[in-house]
Design a protein around this ligand. Sequence first.
Ligand code: MV4
Length: 450
Amino acid sequence: MISRVLVANRGEIALRVIRACRELGLQTVAVYSQADAKAGYLRFADETICIGSAASAGSYLSIPNILAAAEIADVDAIHPGYGFLSENAHFADICQASNITFVGPSPDSIRTLGDKAAARSAAQAAGVPVVPGSKGAVHEEADALRVAHEIGYPVLVKASAGGGGRGMRVAHNDMSLRAGLQAASIEAAAAFGDGTVYLEKYLDRPRHVEVQLLGDKHGNVVHFFERDCSIQRRHQKMLEESPCPSLPLEVRKKMHRVAVKLLKSINYNSAGTVEFLVDRDNRFYFIEVNARIQVEHPVSEMVTGMDLVKEQLRVAAGEKLGYEQSAIKLRGVAIEVRVNAEDPEHDFRPSAGEVTSWNTPGGPGVRVDSHVYAGYYVPPYYDSMIAKLIVHAEDRKAAIARLARALDEFTVGGIRTTIPFHRRVLAHAGFAAGHYDTGFVEDFLAGSAV
Ligand code: MV4
């Protein structure tokens, strides 16, 4: 059982977790940095504790500071949200040793899935299709060259400790592979303290489709269908939707099936996401597991009517799922756009400062997840996302119309946001047709720049 939860995060996800806790009758302890001392959502927590500096290394990323707050506030659980310490196995270990429930998967799961080469091996062992490539990590240049000759160029060198696009190098021949191995390994060693790399066949302009899942501590795993997250810029997702508009039902069903199989095989017991790349022939390949609740989880909540954060808290407390897969039904279409404090007219440069006016959309099928209000000051120290606008409608055409309408109602003064960019994406014929892949944003920006 858990009764008092420390929310080890900030902004919209801190508020999202506080809301879920309150609905479950759980007390909340919000922690904040010096830059977030005036954040409005702090009023909704039962207790608040300052955990340090504006710079996240001295606050939201500081294990000693957060653990000290947890001890002082006498909590029995910590929800890490996304980012920060959410996929830190060492932090999950320490929570366990301190008799505090970490609201996330076991330290072992986090460790295995954080090692992308190990995750790939686990997927292969579970019979899940993976991108052709090395069997686990490659330690010798000669092995890398042999694998590349087997699968054929181009290949992608990926850091085992990477993920989310960090530490990747494309190679088109032996020479660039030798250089790529060196560069990726050195970069990964500097960034993650682990220079281990592995190899995959390089897929040109894949779609990025991910399956949302939830496991409990009794061996049950269910899925909440898939999201297409291909609308990205420099590995930052900008728009996500469910269901995937471009995949046949049979392919989607197979993706759900193998994702469940993978998480069952590793006894995964929290909210998580299995990521796939999809090629032009609709073949899909496992790439990574995200061992946390993700930014885009509301998309899956809207199409299934479930509250994934409440479910995540329930399973963390040891409760059984209490429903079968067949009880989870997909209805309609949901689309989310990320509203960032960035200037799309100037290469999406950060736009921190005071929000002088803030008018959020409403009406049928519209949800805004945000901690912002008029008079809020967007600090320059953190991620630029200030709101998520999510719409739900009976079909994709209606969802797009609703999102366009909601974006028109959304006005923000004092800072620049990505709202105008999203309006233009929705007006794009290719997007409207559901014909897009991970190259969409780059093409779109190149085209509209003319
Ligand atoms: C790839 C790939 C092509 N081939 N793997 C980037 C993020 C990380 N999660 C995996 N990524 C990619 N892996 C192979 N074998 C292309 C990407 C990729 C990408 C993937 C998903 C969404 C956007 C992307 C943008 C550029 C590259």
